[in-house]
Design a binder for this molecule. Structure first.
Ligand SMILES: NC(=O)c1ccc[n+]([C@@H]2O[C@H](COP(=O)([O-])OP(=O)(O)OC[C@H]3O[C@@H](n4cnc5c(N)ncnc54)[C@H](OP(=O)(O)O)[C@@H]3O)[C@@H](O)[C@H]2O)c1
Length: 329
């Protein structure tokens, strides 16, 4: 099969290359997926760049955890009726050497989830990381029904889903921050009641106005280092700050605004969701997909052969939505 891989961490153009590998065989309890799309996430790009750890976790890595395709083989112990099932996959490259930047991937059967009818397969390559992160940030810890939610970066791959989930799961009011008018439009179309341009407007003043001084019950935060201090001031009493991203390795939060509000800080990484949380998130996602309630914001579709460009695009922060690679042909 054709695949993309790297054998040392470093810049995309220097370390990523296309190779031919033997088609993988599913082991016991696994399925093999003939991939159609591979999703590129900031996490894949950071791992390849060696930002978290310069050392390689395996001698060779085929990157990307998200993907979509069709099950074409099953290993021992897996129901053979799954052959032919359209699926999206999660955690394909988490703790595993061979991710979805290839024509085939094998994963434990549980990590290949049926793609409901009518969902475009390229969207399926955006669920494992962006959609499930957004869903857990919104639905976790009792959810947001009747609550006021602020999604920082409401046009981002995660943020755009988070705005939709907040609306669909009953938030009373959904605010989003963005940095441009096109992004404001996307966040509004996703369901945000109010959109604030964080580069132009005074976010604290706007939030006070828009919530009549009540503040925000749950903030879904993309950049803890940039916004943590401000977030502490925006929270309502007993508010929750849900941190899923940070632009810097360290950040600080001001103690007094947090303690005076009895605020809660929650951090999570989607790769390591507890089983019960993952099951709950998957169930909600499948329901909303089946009901055709979600909009999928694909920023760029590229062939696998242009993986370097795809990584550079994600790295630049210029992509508005998800970047996906076609693995067919
Ligand atoms: N914890 C997890 O499991 C998890 C899962 C997925 C992603 N992440 C992390 O979350 C981050 C975002 O991922 P993504 O895939 O959504 O990336 P993305 O598609 O690039 O979206 C990031 C969004 O945040 C906006 N943004 C950047 N700085 C901001 C700031 N200071 N205030 C408000 N908005 C800001 C960006 O737009 P502007 O720059 O135009 O404002 C962009 O719309 C990455 O760091 C990623 O590694 C973590």
């Amino acid at each position: 099969m054709k695949a993309a891989c790297y054998e040392t961490t470093g810049p995309a153009a220097e370390v990523l290359r296309l190779i031919d590998l033997p088609d993988p065989e599913p082991g016991a309890g696994e399925v093999r997926v003939r991939l159609q799309w591979s999703g590129v996430n900031p996490s894949d790009v950071k791992s390849r760049a060696g930002l978290r750890n310069k050392a390689m976790p395996f001698a060779r890595v085929v990157p990307h955890s998200d993907g979509a395709g069709v099950i074409d083989r099953v290993g021992a112990g897996v129901d053979a009726s799954r052959v032919g099932e359209p699926v999206w996959v999660w955690n394909a490259a988490w703790g595993r050497p061979n991710g979805t930047a290839a024509q085939y991937v094998t994963v434990p059967a549980r990590q290949a989830v049926r793609l409901p009818d009518g969902v475009p397969p390229e969207a399926g390559a955006c669920f494992g990381i962006p959609a499930l992160t957004a869903l857990h940030a919104v639905q976790g810890w009792g959810g947001v029904e009747g609550r006021t939610v602020l999604v920082a970066g409401g046009a981002g791959a995660v943020g755009h889903y988070a705005v939709q989930f907040a609306r669909l799961l009953g938030a009373r009011r959904v605010l989003a921050t963005v940095s441009s008018e096109p992004k404001a439009r996307l966040a509004r179309e996703a369901g945000a009641h109010d959109v604030i341009d964080y580069r132009r407007d005074d976010v604290a003043v706007r939030v006070r106005e828009l919530t009549a001084g009540q503040g925000i019950d749950r903030i879904v935060e993309v950049d803890a280092a940039a916004n943590g201090r401000l977030d502490a001031e925006l929270l309502a009493p007993h508010g929750e700050l849900v941190l899923y991203g940070s632009g810097a390795a360290e950040f600080s939060l001001p103690f007094f605004p947090m303690i005076l509000r009895n605020a809660t800080v929650r951090c999570f990484i989607v790769y390591q969701l507890a089983d019960a949380d993952r099951t709950e998130a998957e169930r909600t996602l499948q329901r909303l997909l089946t009901e055709r309630r979600l909009v999928h914001q694909i920023a760029e579709r590229l062939p696998l052969s242009r993986i370097v460009q795809a990584h550079e695009l994600v790295e630049s922060g210029r992509a508005v939505g998800n970047v996906v690679l076609s693995t067919e042909g």
